[in-house]
Design a binder for this molecule. Structure first.
Ligand SMILES: [Cu+2]
Length: 94
């Protein structure tokens, strides 16, 4: 009986991706000073596992990132841009 419960819990955990939700956050990246900067920022964000879409607005100095919230978090995104030389903060998100 105990084994069955463990199995049920395990399968629920393994099935978790079924409830995975895409989250979108806007990061403020004030350090982007030239047209080449967004490329670096974009590349850094795409290296984070779970990131699906990155749209960088150079003029607004922001980056709109869509990611799988079971694989990564907004904090990992700001860390990734900081590691690439562009510290960022979450402007808005869900
Ligand atoms: Cu630049």
């Amino acid at each position: 009986m105990k084994k069955l419960v463990i199995l049920a819990v395990l399968s629920a955990v393994l099935a978790a991706p079924a409830w995975a939700a895409d989250q979108t956050v806007t990061l403020s990246v004030p350090g982007m000073t030239c047209a080449a900067c967004p490329i670096t920022v974009k590349t850094a964000l795409f290296r984070v596992p779970g990131v699906k879409k990155v749209v960088v607005h150079f003029r607004q100095r922001d980056a709109v990132v869509t990611f799988d919230d079971t694989k990564t978090r907004a904090a990992a995104l700001t860390k990734a841009t900081a590691n690439a030389g562009y510290p960022s903060t979450v402007k808005q998100g869900e």
